[in-house]
Design a binder for this molecule. Structure first.
Ligand SMILES: *[C@@H]1O[C@H](CO)[C@@H](O)[C@H](O)[C@H]1NC(C)=O
Ligand SMILES: *[C@@H]1O[C@H](CO)[C@@H](O)[C@H](O)[C@H]1NC(C)=O
Ligand SMILES: *[C@@H]1O[C@H](CO)[C@@H](O)[C@H](O)[C@H]1NC(C)=O
Ligand SMILES: *[C@@H]1O[C@H](CO)[C@@H](O)[C@H](O)[C@H]1NC(C)=O
Ligand SMILES: *[C@@H]1O[C@H](CO)[C@@H](O)[C@H](O)[C@H]1NC(C)=O
Length: 573
């Protein structure tokens, strides 16, 4: 078969962290913290056992291990385990003695305050300090320098991080919510609110001038998906993490004397940091990591890497009335040229080029379909602006709706008052359409579909004799709708992407997705292939895994791409 891979590729920083944490295991602070870590591991185990519905025998086993290992660890009793066990008067005693240590979230409360995590963070904070500087200098600094280079700003160069001081105030987890209802059993979803408002400082030099970032203020809700769940230790094979909405990030840039005079320095640092966070961590962008373990790498297919849609949020922004009048004409009769921008997380749809001229009661009928992986926790935002040809557009108000509310009512049809302005109302019609995996029986009973595509890797993108390697990235263009891009991989002819995308498909018999591999550094086309949706629909269960497609029109005629895909039907109301 294709692509035997010993382990899934981990990002370099993670490998480095693993390598260095091995060293740390031998060091003093680990010894100090090991009871704490043992406890953490124990709780995780208990959580896993309960969740996975393991038999009572397992609980008994772990409880026994707990009793022996952690209760009497100091007595050094590996020889006397048997003796100890025989002195136990009943099984109940074993269980009882360990149950008193369980945190309350073992039983899935809705949102827990998790003070115990904060205690651990507080204790770890000092130890993390040393790693933070190392990590940033090693991995973030080159990234920022690369970006500065690519912006071709001759005036701003020589970015160098001197030191990171995490300070005395640790980050906090405001609360954790575990979703255990209506969630498929091969993943665990939890939301964690992360808050930081401490005295950390990042000291750096830019053009030889010393400066620092300080008074950092951060708040965001991260969704963490633990998957795939495997039935051997450690039960969880990896995770995905993203912020549901753009996190709040605020800081001050301080410098010695003249820093503020470096042209645009403040704005550049700010935009680089924000861009990095938005394009890497805000939904639908995400960070994912899987353990390089046999149970995961030896899985028959990559189905756990494919995004799974929960439903399609179909939004029709019908009209508005009584908006602010922003264009003051010569005659004094003010009107506006209103349009709207819809967004969920980092996915933004602007209808700027469809503004309605000279009215405060526009009829829009802006329609968009958002494909959602979960039906809960996220918000639909609508911002209204007044189109202005020359100057920046004026703000006419906004609304935010919990998607959960729309899901509950199925068809949501309301007039809503715009906030942050004196007056104005919006008429919104939204529907939640559930998606379902295709089976033999239902394949033809849908009108529209959602395609989930995993771009796994490419092979032989370069030709012999070419001295520089390409930096490939893939561009996916559906028959209708906006194209999407993978991240670019630097200097390789066999890139591994492992990125997953969702597309809406209106007509399965005619639609297709065009995949172009391009060199992000040069102008070379590295090949392309067109995937017909029809072919996917006619595959067994509407899916295929690790399928090899030839790429045409590239540098090397034997270039190929490996793709997994799965089709979901969209229910009609
Ligand atoms: C969620 O679970 C409830 C019952 O617990 C059920 O009535 C409802 O249909 C489920 N919703 C989805 C989207 O599966
Ligand atoms: C892919 O793997 C999953 C579990 O890992 C399994 O349920 C599914 O049937 C597999 N599909 C194919 C086509 O092998
Ligand atoms: C906006 O400006 C462009 C040229 O700058 C012009 O061609 C266009 O007609 C203007 N549109 C409106 C609505 O004023
Ligand atoms: C295509 O790539 C393969 C492997 O990298 C190489 O052996 C082959 O010579 C290349 N073909 C051409 C036409 O350069
Ligand atoms: C899809 O397109 C084909 C050809 O244009 C048409 O015959 C068919 O009715 C369409 N199907 C749907 C569901 O719109």
């Amino acid at each position: 078969m294709e692509t035997p891979r010993n382990s899934l590729p981990l990002p370099m920083p993670i490998i480095e962290i693993i390598r260095r944490s091995e060293a740390a295991f031998a060091s003093q602070w680990f010894n100090d913290l090991s009871p704490l870590l043992a406890k953490l591991l124990e709780w995780t185990l208990m959580f896993g056992i309960g969740y996975w519905g393991f038999g009572y025998g397992w609980i008994l086993f772990f409880a026994t291990v707990h009793f022996i290992k952690f209760r009497h660890a100091k007595e050094g009793l590996s020889d006397t385990i048997c003796a100890k066990l025989s002195t136990l008067t009943s099984e109940k005693e074993v269980i009882g003695s360990s149950l008193e240590h369980f945190p309350s979230w073992v039983s899935f409360p809705d949102f827990d305050r998790v003070e115990w995590i904060n205690d651990i963070l507080a204790q770890l904070w000092k130890s993390i300090d040393g790693y933070a500087t190392y990590f940033i200098v090693q991995y973030i600094e080159p990234e920022i320098r690369k970006i500065l280079d690519s912006m071709a700003l001759e005036t701003v160069s020589g970015f160098k991080v001197q030191k990171i001081a995490l300070g005395d105030v640790p980050a906090r987890v405001g609360g954790i919510k575990v979703y255990n209802r209506n969630v498929t059993r091969d993943e665990i979803i939890l939301d964690a609110e992360v808050i930081y408002n401490g005295d950390a400082r990042v000291l750096f030099t830019l053009q030889g001038i010393k400066a620092e970032i300080r008074q950092i203020n951060f708040r965001g809700t991260a969704r963490i998906t633990l998957k795939p769940i495997v039935n051997t230790f450690p039960f969880i094979g990896g995770f995905e993490i993203y912020f549901l909405n753009k996190p709040v990030l605020d800081y001050n840039l301080g410098g010695i004397g003249t820093f503020a005079e470096v042209p645009g320095a403040n704005a550049i640092v700010k935009s680089v940091v924000e861009d990095q966070i938005r394009s890497r961590f805000v939904w639908p962008n995400r960070f994912r990591m899987f353990l390089p373990m046999d149970v995961i790498t030896s899985r028959p297919n990559k189905s756990f890497l494919l995004s799974k849609p929960a439903g399609v949020l179909q939004v029709n922004l019908k009209e508005a009335k009584d908006l602010l009048k922003k264009d003051k004409g010569l005659t004094g009769s003010g009107l506006s040229d209103p349009y709207a921008v819809m967004s969920i997380g980092e996915r933004k749809i602007s209808f700027r080029n469809k503004y309605v001229p000279k009215t405060v009661n526009p009829e829009w009928n802006y329609i968009h379909e958002f494909i959602m992986e979960d039906s809960f926790g996220q918000k639909l935002m609508i911002d209204v602006f007044d189109f202005d040809n020359s100057t920046t557009d004026d703000f006419l108000g906004s609304i935010a709706i919990e998607i959960g509310n729309i899901v509950e009512s199925q068809v949501y049809d309301e007039w809503m008052r715009l906030s942050q302005v004196k007056h104005g109302q919006l008429h919104l019609n939204a529907k939640w359409l559930k998606t379902e995996p295709i089976t033999e029986d239902n394949a033809n009973s849908f009108q529209s579909y959602v395609v989930s595509i995993l771009i796994d890797s490419c092979k032989d993108l370069s030709k012999e004799g070419k001295n520089s390697l390409p930096s490939p990235r893939c561009k996916l263009t559906p028959s209708r709708g906006d194209p999407k891009m993978t991240q670019a991989k630097t200097k390789t002819k066999d890139p591994i992407f492992e990125e997953s995308f969702l597309f809406f498909c209106h007509n399965a018999s005619t639609d297709s997705i065009l995949i172009k591999v391009v060199d992000s550094r040069g102008s070379d086309s590295l090949g392309q292939v067109r995937l017909p949706i029809d072919h996917l629909k006619n595959s067994p269960r509407g899916e295929y895994f690790d399928m090899n497609w030839d790429l045409d029109g590239g540098l090397n005629s034997s270039a190929s791409i490996i793709i997994s895909a799965k089709l979901f039907g969209v229910e009609v109301l």
